[in-house]
Design a protein around this ligand. Structure first.
Ligand SMILES: [Zn+2]
Length: 269
């Protein structure tokens, strides 16, 4: 599933190419999206900005509404020209001024695109946790959010109401970098451990963004190109291969229904 670096990569490209343009026509090819996009009056509005929040992409429109999209497992958000060749699994197409088209494609159809009003957008924002690239992502704030939690730190990192945008790949990579066992109880981390986790999360996300995201299957940027960060990973999906730091074989274990990858030596409990 696309995580912060992947969604941010798409958001930046969309911002660059669509900000200031207006949505002139919407075609929906999926009944599920029809419902989400058709509830309100038809979309015919200018795009003021494109922002990312957690793993969501939001197009801020000049009629105060917001088009919120989530790629989920397999979605792609592409910027094309109207007359470009068709893309597979097209679920919705937003035609903008000057023949620019935003295409939402998704073979597995878990992705969502929804138009919401300003109040719902506020509610949506408040349900999401700290943004890792914001000044609010500090040792103090993360400690506060983890306080009293008995779940494994790995599970806490995936909780979008604690920290927004981190998923399975970057959580595993950050815990390895911080030398923390994914199984440590979240509320039991000491100051030093939380501080190194904050640094590690920022670092792995920044590296991921620099490499254009991680592609293990379907993720592609807004031009349809895969990312390159899969080449830089240290533990994720490297079970049995040597830890780049100590050469011990990487292990994997299901924690909170997600497969976690870690070095049993560097990340001792
Ligand atoms: Zn190791």
């Amino acid at each position: 599933m696309p995580e912060l670096p992947e969604v941010e990569t798409v958001a930046r490209r969309l911002r660059e190419t669509t900000r200031g343009l207006a949505i002139r026509a919407v075609e929906v090819f999926d009944p599920k999206l029809d419902h989400l996009l058709g509830e309100q009056s038809p979309l015919d509005a200018g795009i003021l900005d494109v922002v990312r929040r957690g793993k969501f992409l939001a197009l801020l429109l000049d009629d105060d509404r917001v088009l919120v999209m989530h790629m989920m497992m397999s979605g792609r958000i592409l910027v094309r020209r109207v007359d470009d060749p068709p893309d597979k699994y097209l679920r919705a197409a937003f035609t903008l001024d000057g023949q620019t088209q935003i295409r939402f494609c998704d073979p597995r159809r878990f992705g969502t695109a929804r138009v919401i009003g300003p109040d719902d957008y506020k509610g949506f924002q408040s349900r999401l946790g700290i943004e890792p690239f914001s000044r609010h992502f500090t040792t103090r704030n993360l400690t506060r959010r983890l306080e009293g939690r008995t779940v494994a730190i790995k599970t806490a990192l995936l909780n979008q109401s604690i920290l927004a945008g981190v998923g399975n790949i970057y959580a595993d990579e950050a815990l390895w970098r911080a030398r923390l066992s994914p199984l440590l109880p979240a509320g039991k981390l000491d100051h030093r451990q939380v501080a190194s986790l904050v640094r590690a999360v920022r670092r792995v996300l920044r590296d991921g963004l620099k490499a254009g995201g991680t592609t293990f299957g379907s993720y592609a940027d807004a031009d349809g190109r895969p990312g390159e960060n899969q080449q830089n990973l240290n533990v994720f999906r490297r079970t049995g291969r040597p830890c780049p730091r100590c050469r011990t074989a990487i292990e994997s274990e299901v924690i909170g229904s997600r497969t976690s990858h870690f070095c049993p030596r560097c990340q001792r409990r």
